[in-house]
Structures are given as structure tokens and as C-alpha cells.
Design a binder for this molecule. Structure first.
Ligand code: GCU
Length: 683
């Protein structure tokens, strides 16, 4: 019932696999005789109980008699099981996979679900084709699982082609146009579809002049990319400039309440949908870090977002409106302005005013993708607004794909965090499993900023592929980041137990290691300004960006309490507003985000703040040295080119970790005058 490009992809995948292994493929309609010997059955189950099937016959394993049960009985039984669950459970992307009455069966509610089920079967490997009955249902927690590419179509003089990209150029664009050869995009689309990604943003959220024109002059280019993604169940989105009616349309205003502006957007989108009927919609960074927005006309973010939403509505498109809005012209002496407060202060008064095809896209933390931040309180504060949580897969502040830093544990912590007063997690809220006025909120989604480029290993650091994989699996709803990493290791390197345990030893705890030699206790922004790589304790301390840690000779950290600070703790629901308010209950790893404390302050761990700074930086470096040794033990066990690239990066990580260690330890010895109790050298 749901034929189309995705169903064709499933058939093509199964055809290629059966051919490779000497089997054969039967697509529906099949005769009972043809069906009798099928080993694998894939079926889309329509809501009326109708079944379309693609069934593969594999040669029986040696010594195994051919199967004789009529496969139709198996399919029918599965259909009955499915319908017994009630048709309300048939949701998009859902699939059932397992051994059922001696067959391997994949059933799904739609073609995308069948695709996900097929790939889940592949992930299981040979185990999927044997064994006893163990049928499981799986479905994505969040309905939108999106990767945003910060790609420019032309090389930007400061930011390069991919803003905060560490893996070469854009796989989509070259010299202002879509690439002629999209074979790499096709591989990428297949990769993303195999792990359940269903939306991709094609260009940078900072929309420069050339990229603004994608919406109007280069829709044919966008259509070619949409064609590459469609067979894998992925819809494409564009970042657009709020000023486009002026810069592209020649109007004098971009005021959202002006009818000429509304008409301009309506006709721009009409032309896009003529070329791309399943175009997803737009991503918008407005009134943020210099991007144009509704403020120029005395309008607010709801006016701005709804302008685009209403123009997209007739075609089924969605607006992802980013909440990354703050004053980037601050003065460090002004203690009344707190960047961490900004998104909440701007957006929560607008709860309930956004149209239902607007999703508010909120960074996971209140600042900006730091190594550690508390979860953004905005996520629990807008029950009548669709919310997406934005994570950064590209490692801007986490080692720039020079450092091995597996971010799965960070994202799992964020997504599982029980932020809401009634204990609902961030992932649940983003999935729309929340209640506003007693009504379920429509789903928002999980969004990640992609880490992929033209690099031969796709991600610069080959081990950063694990981050791309983990993002998708956690966005789907998997919860255990180490189990997800284990999947990636198996799929990437095979079954060698030595490789498996060494890669775990390098990556499992690498986020904590990175945190320890860079910015422990959630003190952010000790990076070199501009490119954000390497240590600079005061690099952002006096700039206009609101990024201060206030470290002086007496203490360090930002007082964000209600009692004596910026009041940011008051943006949290109970119990977090009180947990974070008091140094007694604030977790050590978030201490400096919420409190300004003396260096002699004693942590829950028993150590003082200054000794913690000394210890973590020294121990973190030692851990990086150990990671290098562990990787070295794999020489000859993983492909040479892969091995060599990781070795190069680990050497740079070691150099950089030493620099961080010495820079930060010296800076805080100089500031505090307190020696390192362990007597380790301070350079
Ligand atoms: C960070 C990043 C910018 C990016 C911005 C955003 O600040 O450094 O390059 O544009 O986030 O998310 O919009």
C-alpha cells in the first residue's frame, strides 16, 4: 500500500544481498509455491490489514533441510499479531523484527519502517537468520531526527566552506552550485537512512548572499539533492534569510505583518514545492548573532516564525525556528545581563503563540555547545510549543575532530535528564510526550549539527564516525551510549575481540577525559577566540559575547543564583531550581556554571576547586597518553590508512592536551598563589 522510492530502495537492497549470497528474491504477488521456501519475509502492513511483501529465499545452511512451512501462514500470523495490538500503534517508522515461526520476518507500518527494519536486521548479522522466535517491535521516540549541515555553497573568507566543519569541504556544494557528481551524497543518504535519520538541512544557518539564493535561483540544485535523499526516507530543508524579501525580492521591508512580504514568501515556497513536492521546510536563525529577524520591525519571534509557517502550510512544510537568541554586544562589567538567561527570557512569553507547523529548535544547554552545560530550562518551559533539541555532532568545542571525544554519553545524559517537574525527560518532551492544557503537544524532534565533509574518512578523525552513528541511534531512542558504540565498533571493524576492547578503551570515557584536561566543573569558553581550538583562559573573558567565568585571584565561576546572582536558577522547574541554587546540592560538574566560589571551596568529592583543576588537567593528559598506547596495540589489526589517520590525530591530541594542562595549571597557580598539593611541576 505504500509503494514509492523508499519501498523500491528496500527491494533493491534485498535484491543486491540475495544476489551476492546466491539467493533469490520474490516480490509480491507471490505464488504459494514460490513462498514455500522463503527464509526472510519483509512486509508492509496497511492499516486495513492488507499486506505487500518482498520475500527473500536464502540457500539453506549446509546440513539444514529446506523449509516447507507455507510462509503465508507466518506472514498472516504476524499480521494478526500486529492487528491484535490495535491499529493505533501503527506509527510511521515503526517496525517489527525477529524470528517468527521459523522465518526471519520484518513487518512495518510504512516503507520507511520497512527500511529501518531491514537495516536493523543487517545490524543483527547472522543472528537475525537463525534461532528461536523472538519478535520485537521498535519505533522511533522522536518523529523528526534531523542533521543540519552548516555548509556554504561558496568558501566563506573566515568560516571556510563548512562553518565549524573539520572534515574538508561540503559534500553537497561546489563553487556556488550543487556538485555534478552526487554519488557521495547517495552513499551518505543510504548511511543516514540506515540509522533512521529522516531530515537534513542543506546549508548553513548563517545564510550569506550566495546561499540565500538557493531558495529562489537554485531550486533545481536543491531538487537534485532531494532526489538523492528521498529513496532513503529523508526530506530536505533549507536555511533561509529572514531578509530575503528585501535582498532577493526587491521589497523595501521584510516586516512579517506586511501583506507584500507574506505574498513574497508564499510564492517563493510555491515554486520550491513545484520542484520538490516533499520539501521539508526551513531552518531559521533570526535576530541571532547578527542575522536579520523580526525585531527590526518591532515584531517578535512568533510573528516571524508564523509568517513562514503560514506560507509553508498549504504544502505541509515545517519551520524550525532556532532559539539561539542573546545579546552579543555585552560588557563584562555588566553583571545584570546573563547570556544563559536569554533564550528563556525571549521565548517563554511566546508559548502558545507559535503555529503548529513551527518547531522551536533549542540548543541542549543555555550557552553554546560547551563540553558540559546544564540542560536548557527552555525545554521544560514551553508546554504549548513544539520543541526540538539541538546537539552538536561536529566537535566545535570538543576537540574539532583532532581529539577523540565520543559524545554519546553527553547526549544520553541530556536526553535522559528528567528536567520536567513531573520527571519527564528531555527526549520525552522533544517527542511531544508532554501535556499542555491537558493536550499532548505535537512532536518536535532531535537535531544534530553534522560532522561530515569531503574527507576520505568522512569525519576527519575516523573515530568521529562513531559520533555520527551515535547521534542517529540516540535520536531514534536508544539509551545506552556504550551499547551504541559497541554496535558501531562491530559494524566498522568486525568481530575481533582485541579491536573491540581497545576501541572501547579509547572511546568509552573520552568525553570525560576531554573535559578533564580542558574545562572541568563546567567552566566554559577557555578557548582561543574565533576558531575555538586550544587553551586560552581569558580568551573570551573581555569580549562582547557574554562568555565570562570571572576567575580572579580569589575565586572562579558565575553566580547565577536567585539569592545573589543573575537569577538563572529560577528558570528551572522544581527540584532543579533548588538543587542548582545551593552549593550544597549543586553537582560538582556543574558548580562553576551556577556559583562563584573561592579556590579553596571543598567539592563533594572532598577535593578543593584549585586542587581539582590541578589534578584533572594532569590526569587527563596522562589518560590521553594511555589512549595513544592502546591504539598503537591495534597496528596491523585495522586497515592501515584508518590506523595511520587515527595515530596522527592521537599525536595531536597528546600535544594539545599537554598544552591545555600546562596553560591552565600555570594560569591558576599564578592567579591563586596556591601550590599543587601533589608537588607536580607547574610549567
Ligand atoms: C556557535 C558557532 C557559530 C554558529 C552558532 C549557531 O556560536 O560558533 O559558528 O553560527 O553557534 O549555532 O548559530
Amino acid at each position: 500500500p505504500d509503494d514509492g522510492p523508499v519501498a523500491e530502495t528496500v527491494v533493491a537492497e534485498v535484491a543486491a544481498a540475495t544476489e551476492r549470497f546466491g539467493g533469490s528474491l520474490v516480490t509480491s504477488p507471490v505464488t504459494v509455491d514460490e513462498a514455500l521456501a522463503c527464509d526472510v519475509v519483509l512486509a508492509i502492513v496497511g492499516s486495513a490489514g492488507t499486506v505487500g511483501t518482498a520475500s527473500a529465499t536464502m540457500p539453506p545452511p549446509p546440513g539444514h533441510p529446506p523449509r516447507t512451512d507455507p510462509y503465508l501462514r507466518a506472514v498472516q500470523a504476524v499480521v494478526e499479531d500486529l492487528l491484535a495490538l490495535g491499529s493505533s500503534v501503527l506509527s510511521p517508522g515503526m517496525f517489527g523484527l525477529g524470528r517468527h515461526r521459523g522465518r526471519t520476518v520484518v513487518v512495518a507500518a510504512d516503507a520507511a519502517g520497512l527500511l529501518y527494519g531491514l537495516h536493523a536486521m543487517v545490524r543483527r548479522g547472522e543472528a537475525a537468520l537463525s534461532g528461536l522466535d523472538d519478535f520485537v517491535w521498535d519505533l522511533p521516540v522522536s518523529s523528526v531526527r534531523m542533521l543540519d549541515h552548516w555548509d556554504n555553497t561558496v568558501v566563506h573568507p573566515v568560516m571556510g566552506q563548512v562553518e565549524r566543519g573539520y572534515a574538508g569541504g561540503s559534500i553537497f556544494w561546489s563553487e556556488g552550485r550543487v556538485r555534478d557528481d552526487l554519488s557521495r551524497v547517495a552513499q551518505y543518504a543510504r548511511l543516514l537512512g540506515s540509522v533512521g535519520i529522516n531530515a537534513v538541512g542543506l546549508n548553513n544557518v548563517n545564510v550569506h548572499a550566495a546561499e540565500a539564493r538557493l531558495l529562489t535561483d537554485h531550486v533545481d540544485d536543491v531538487a537534485r539533492l532531494a532526489d538523492a535523499f528521498r529513496p532513503h526516507g529523508i526530506r530536505v530543508y533549507l536555511s533561509v534569510s529572514f531578509a530575503a524579501p528585501i535582498t532577493l525580492g526587491g521589497l523595501e521591508t521584510a516586516d512579517p505583518l506586511d501583506p507584500a512580504v507574506q505574498d513574497w514568501w508564499a510564492s517563493a515556497f510555491r515554486r520550491v514545492y513545484e520542484a520538490i513536492p516533499d520539501f521539508g521546510g526551513v531552518v531559521v536563525k533570526a535576530d541571532s548573532e547578527g542575522q536579520p529577524g523580526p525585531f527590526a520591525y518591532g515584531r517578535d519571534h512568533a510573528d516571524g516564525a508564523n509568517l513562514l509557517a503560514r506560507a509553508l502550510r498549504p504544502f505541509g512544510g515545517t519551520v524550525f525556528w532556532r532559539a539561539f537568541v542573546y545579546d552579543h554586544h555585552q560588557d563584562w562589567r555588566d553583571r545584570s545581563t546573563d547570556r544563559a538567561r536569554a533564550a528563556y527570557d525571549h521565548f517563554t512569553p511566546l508559548d502558545g503563540r507559535f503555529d503548529d507547523n513551527v518547531v522551536l529548535q533549542v540548543k541542549y544547554g543555555p550557552m553554546d555547545f560547551q563540553t558540559r552545560e546544564p540542560v536548557s530550562p527552555v525545554i521544560a518551559a514551553m508546554p504549548r510549543t513544539r520543541l526540538a533539541v539541538e546537539l552538536q555532532v561536529t566537535q566545535e568545542y570538543t576537540g574539532q575532530q583532532q581529539h577523540a571525544c565520543y559524545l554519546g554519553p553527553q547526549w544520553a545524559e541530556v536526553l535522559e535528564f528528567p528536567l520536567a517537574e513531573d520527571g519527564r525527560s528531555v527526549a520525552y518532551i522533544a517527542a511531544g510526550l508532554s501535556e499542555g492544557d491537558g493536550q499532548p503537544t505535537p512532536a518536535g524532534g532531535i537535531v544534530g549539527v553534522s560532522n561530515v565533509g569531503t574527507d576520505e574518512f568522512w569525519t576527519g578523525h575516523p573515530l568521529a564516525q562513531a559520533n555520527l552513528y551515535a547521534f542517529a541511534r540516540l535520536a531514534w531512542g536508544e539509551e545506552d551510549p556504550v551499547a551504541v558504540l559497541d554496535e558501531w565498533i562491530g559494524l566498522t571493524f568486525g568481530d575481533d575481540p582485541v579491536v573491540r576492547s581497545a576501541v572501547h578503551a579509547v572511546l568509552d570515557d573520552s568525553w570525560h577525559t576531554y573535559e578533564s584536561y580542558t574545562a572541568p566543573l563546567s567552566v566554559g569558553f577557555m578557548v582561543r577566540p574565533g576558531h575555538h581550538y586550544g587553551p586560552d583562559v581569558d580568551g573570551y573573558e573581555y569580549t562582547a559575547w557574554g562568555t565570562y567565568h570571572y576567575a580572579d585571584r580569589d575565586g572562579i565561576g558565575v553566580d547565577r543564583t536567585r539569592a545573589t546572582g543573575t537569577g538563572f536558577t529560577g528558570q528551572y522547574p522544581s527540584p532543579w531550581r533548588d538543587v542548582y541554587e545551593s552549593v550544597e546540592t549543586c553537582p560538582d560538574e556543574l558548580l562553576l556554571f551556577f556559583h562563584h566560589v573561592p579556590y579553596t571551596h571543598v567539592l563533594h568529592s572532598g577535593s578543593t576547586v584549585i586542587q581539582h583543576i590541578y589534578d584533572t588537567h594532569a590526569d587527563g593528559y596522562d589518560e590521553v597518553v594511555r589512549m595513544g598506547g592502546t591504539w598503537e596495540s591495534l597496528r596491523g589489526r585495522v586497515p592501515d590508512a584508518f590506523f595511520d589517520r587515527v595515530s596522527e590525530r592521537l599525536a595531536e591530541q597528546e600535544r594539545s592536551a599537554r598544552e591545555w594542562r600546562d596553560h591552565v595549571r600555570s594560569a591558576f597557580f599564578r592567579r591563586s598563589g596556591i601550590p599543587d598539593a601533589t608537588g607536580r611541576t607547574i610549567y
